[in-house]
Design a protein around this ligand. Structure first.
Ligand code: HEM
Length: 346
């Protein structure tokens, strides 16, 4: 087990990686759907490639998101395989906010899969699917707190901005190799739209931070604030790369500078790496830490304890985890039930 001010054992590490993978695949699927609607400079070939990526991303997202249910069940049962396949524990997890979020996400991903048919109506349906996939993040975790509707709207907006950004990577990277001129036009269009989209993404992220922590500066003394600071450092790198692309490399590509094609492709690959690092950091943040401002709220357990008193402890933790309880407050990782100390949920 590793300790960074919070504990990361094997099953916690698997939870973080599966969550980050599900998030990346969901954002790729949603972002590709949004790119099809939002970018007029996509030629037919690029649009076909984007549709294929959207569908592949949606399938991967569905598998990885569904995998979170047995991974959570295993975590509850001390990281054991038997926990991952225990029907009662699986039922509890599926019945928790994580399960609700999964159903909404699957509905959104199914709509995105309609892109296998190339029609205007399927593109709009996929756009609705992208919104649903992003909204699914609001249905479990820290954003279930009050003011719930505001937090839900902010996280959905935050993720739609991130998704649109992610959605442009592949078509741009691909087009630079095939047609530098067309790629320059696409990069210019994205650069123009990105200014407003990134501003909205930052504003939504900052508002979430203030609402969740109460005081972001004071939160720096907590694991939540510290992991978020790492995320913001990575985000600054991503922003610097985006600025380089927009202000230097895109004009050079438009001017026909052959070195710009190589440099812009490399810069996009680095942006992808920065996004991956941010997603792993965010998955770590939402798995092992919670904003202190909300610690201490309890959750309703009656629907489980009434039926099966012997599972009361597990039920407590199912809800606490689905609501984003921190690693520090959820009773550590001692098998069989990780509820040996009283938990606090966010
Ligand atoms: C100024 C920049 C940003 C700020 C201030 C910010 C802040 C936040 C905050 C406070 C949350 C809520 C976390 C929680 O539930 O406890 C969040 C969620 C999230 N952010 Fe950001 N963020 C920023 C940029 C980004 C970027 C660039 C990405 C991706 C590349 C990203 C990906 C995510 C994801 C995936 C979630 C949802 C986590 C989940 O519920 O599983 N954020 N962000």
């Amino acid at each position: 087990m590793f300790s960074f001010g919070f504990d990361v054992d094997g099953v916690t590490a698997v939870s973080i990686l599966v969550k980050a993978g599900a998030c990346l695949a969901s954002l790729t699927a949603a972002g590709s759907a949004l790119a099809l609607l939002g970018l007029s400079r996509l030629d037919d070939d690029s649009a076909r490639a984007v549709r294929r990526l959207a569908v592949a991303g949606a399938v991967a997202a569905a598998v990885l998101s569904a995998l979170r249910i047995p991974v959570r069940a295993s975590f509850l049962m001390g990281g054991s395989f038997s926990g991952a396949v225990d029907p009662v524990i699986l039922g509890m997890v599926a019945d928790s906010p994580l399960g609700t979020s999964l159903w909404v996400r699957l509905a959104g991903l199914a709509l995105i899969c309609l892109l296998v048919v190339n029609r205007s109506v399927t593109r709009w349906a996929a756009g609705v699917g992208a919104v649903l996939a992003c909204t699914s993040f609001a249905l479990r975790g820290h954003t279930l707190n009050e003011p719930r509707l505001v937090l839900a709207a902010l996280i959905t907006l935050h993720l739609m901005g991130v998704a649109f950004w992610v959605g442009v990577f592949m078509p741009l990277h691909r087009l630079i190799r095939i047609d530098a001129n067309a790629a320059g036009a696409l990069a210019e269009e994205f650069g123009r739209k990105a200014v407003r989209i990134v501003a909205a993404l930052i504003a939504a992220g900052a508002a979430l931070l203030v609402l969740l922590t109460g005081n972001p500066v004071a939160a720096l003394a907590t694991p939540y604030g510290q992991i978020l600071a790492v995320k913001l450092g990575l985000f600054a790198t991503l922003l610097a790369l985006a600025a380089l692309n927009k202000l230097r490399l895109t004009p050079a590509l438009r001017a026909g500078d052959p070195r710009a094609t190589v440099r812009l492709r490399r810069s996009i690959r680095m942006e992808v790496l920065a996004v991956l690092a941010i997603l792993v950091t965010t998955a770590t943040l939402t798995t092992v830490a919670s904003p202190e401002a909300h610690a201490g709220t309890t959750v309703s357990l009656a629907r489980y304890t009434d039926q099966r008193p012997e599972f009361a402890k597990v039920a407590e933790l199912v809800d606490a985890l689905a609501l984003g309880a921190s690693g520090a407050t959820r009773g550590g990782s001692s098998p069989p039930f990780r509820t040996s100390v009283s938990y606090r949920s966010v």
